[in-house]
Design a protein around this ligand. Sequence first.
Ligand code: ATP
Ligand code: MG
Length: 292
Amino acid sequence: MQVGDARRIKLAVQRQGRLTQGTSSLLRAIGLKFEDYQQRLLTPCRNFPLDILFGRDDDIPEYVADGTVDLGVVGQNIIAEKDARVQELASLGFGYCSLVVAVPKDSGVQHPSELNGRRVATSYPHSSRTYFESLGVEVELVQLSGSVEVAPSLGIASAIVDITATGSTLVLNDLRQIATVLESQAVLVANPQSMEQPGVRQDVERLLTRLNSTLAASRYKYIMMNAPRAALPKITSITPGLKAPTVVPLADPEWVAVHTVILDEEFWEIIEKLREAGASQILVNPIEKLVL
Ligand code: ATP
Ligand code: MG
């Protein structure tokens, strides 16, 4: 292939499962137009040189690492487990979960080191082995492909290493978490060689610009409020905004309207401080895109 040659890039996503909804919403939010997830293997985007490949999440790191596709959306937990040579381009803010060590609720075990010489059931053998080795703890791993959480009650193992998001499956099975092996969320990953092809790289960077502006937008809220002019210094110090707040005069010279952007995660703390400072009639809007 010649330098600069244009070709369509390929993106692998989970066909059906916990990442499907988040992935599909994000791809649509960045403006990609494609047919819905049907029983097809490959779907072309109508408005971008991108084809979407649907597969099992476990296969995605491999597809990306060996160049079957250029990009993939998958959990960091699966990338770590497959030890895949891929380049992480962006954290996507969904599919949050943790890989944890858990023991029966009434077990006396408080720390993973107490599992020395015991059996541990998991469908994450690689991550588990690496984890216990790093602690210098020798365990016998029992590899199961699913329903790992029932292993202790069946007498198969003294502990498990498994994925949990809310911990409810653990509680349901009378298990207690004693350690975290890794934290995970969905990420966009790339084949490192693909990223060295200028044509591909350019299109991936275009996608990344759109992705980052959509992700940034979801982290912020646009707020507008009325405030006494005298309260402006205080308000500006509470909400410096992206550069500085926009201040608009009102018909009453004593009052101004202030427009600014705040982080969603600090939303209520900031609103409380603004009210204390004298702001009122605070209007809040979501931001659709934020191109920084
Ligand atoms: P596939 O058929 O594609 O192999 P799967 O059954 O292996 O699917 P899912 O259960 O759909 O996988 O989970 C996909 C990913 O979603 C996980 O690898 C993890 O990154 C993430 N995830 C988020 N929350 C959870 C959860 N509560 N339990 C398990 N995985 C979760
Ligand atoms: Mg899977």
